[in-house]
Write a protein that binds this ligand. Structure first.
Ligand SMILES: [Zn+2]
Ligand SMILES: [Zn+2]
Length: 306
């Protein structure tokens, strides 16, 4: 098992803080991410600023990856129950969409709404993934377990391919239940349900698309590989970039269609700046990657069983 040495990224924080047109603001950000010492050389006007890294506190409690038959990778009946309830609420929404569209003799509007749901689900997955990758810690209410799980995933990405189906999806299935069930109960609009069923379904299954993005082509079902190659599902190559330095891009995990736009226009960096200057909260991606961000390779024993 190997950990990439941290000295490979000695000045990440200097390069990684989003460039700011206002030099004072830039300096202010940098002063919070690194401590500096100033030396005077023979030329008194020449100052050398040496960054010293401040290692953030660890987010992942475990120091070793889960074993292949680790209970943390297995599905429990609670996981399966949440997955069943999430699927049920999505199917009810879909059934209401089909019934309403049939009764109203409409087809185009529900299809457009469903397409919008699919596209926005990818954006939603990216915003959520960016949020839990960068903010909070395991003690954060509601999201703490997901924050810890995603940090563990950065350290041991291959474990997601060993995670059982309901284990991987139950958290999003539970959230889907709480959001979609009230809509199922109070709404009968076919267009609304077209959007809700597709959007919530894609978000609920995004962790499965994510797991497939970590699969190897030869071991994935041919249909999944075809959908990945077509861009319907997030591709393996696109998501692999998320797990490489500087660990601050390609957050979307449904189709990945938003990744290029969001990264090219530095949308998340802009949001990080807004949050920093409004609330004083720094995202983890501005910091030197600690061991939690850096992938550990699986040992031969851990990759043997499939
Ligand atoms: Zn991530
Ligand atoms: Zn991943």
């Amino acid at each position: 098992m190997s950990i990439l040495p941290q000295k490979m990224y000695p000045i990440r924080s200097l390069h990684h803080v989003p460039k700011c047109r206002h030099p004072c603001l830039h300096a202010h950000v940098m002063s919070s991410s690194v401590t500096t010492s100033t030396k005077l050389r023979s030329n008194p006007n020449q100052q050398i600023i040496e960054p010293r890294l401040v290692t953030p506190p660890p987010l992942v409690k475990e120091t070793s990856p889960p074993l292949l038959n680790d209970p943390s990778l297995q599905s429990t009946w609670t996981h399966r129950a949440w997955l069943a309830s999430g699927c049920t609420t999505v199917f009810i929404s879909l059934a209401k969409c089909i019934a309403g569209a049939t009764n109203s003799h409409i087809g185009l509007q529900p299809m457009l709404a469903a397409s919008l749901g699919y596209i926005l689900a990818d954006l939603g997955s990216g915003v959520y993934h960016w949020g839990i990758d960068n903010y909070g810690d395991p003690s954060t209410p509601i999201f703490g377990a997901q924050i810890e799980a995603f940090q563990g995933h950065h350290k041991w990405p291959w474990t997601i391919t060993r995670r059982q189906f309901a284990n991987n999806l139950h958290a999003l299935a539970r959230a889907t239940t709480f959001v979609v069930l009230p809509i199922d109960l109070i709404c009968n609009d076919a267009i609304v349900h077209a959007f809700v069923s597709v959007c919530s379904g894609c978000i609920m299954f995004s962790q499965q698309y994510h797991a497939w993005a970590h699969g190897t082509k030869s071991r994935l079902p041919p249909l999944v590989v075809a959908l990945q190659d077509m861009g319907v599902l997030v591709s393996r190559s696109q998501h692999a970039t998320h797990h490489r330095p500087p660990y601050n891009n390609n957050y979307c995990i449904v189709s990945g269609v938003w990744n290029e736009f969001l990264d090219k226009h530095r949308v998340f960096e802009a949001l990080e700046m807004v949050l920093y200057f409004k609330l004083g909260v720094r995202p983890r991606s501005w910091s030197e990657p600690s061991s939690e961000w850096i992938e550990e390779n699986a040992t031969p024993a851990q990759v043997l069983v499939h």
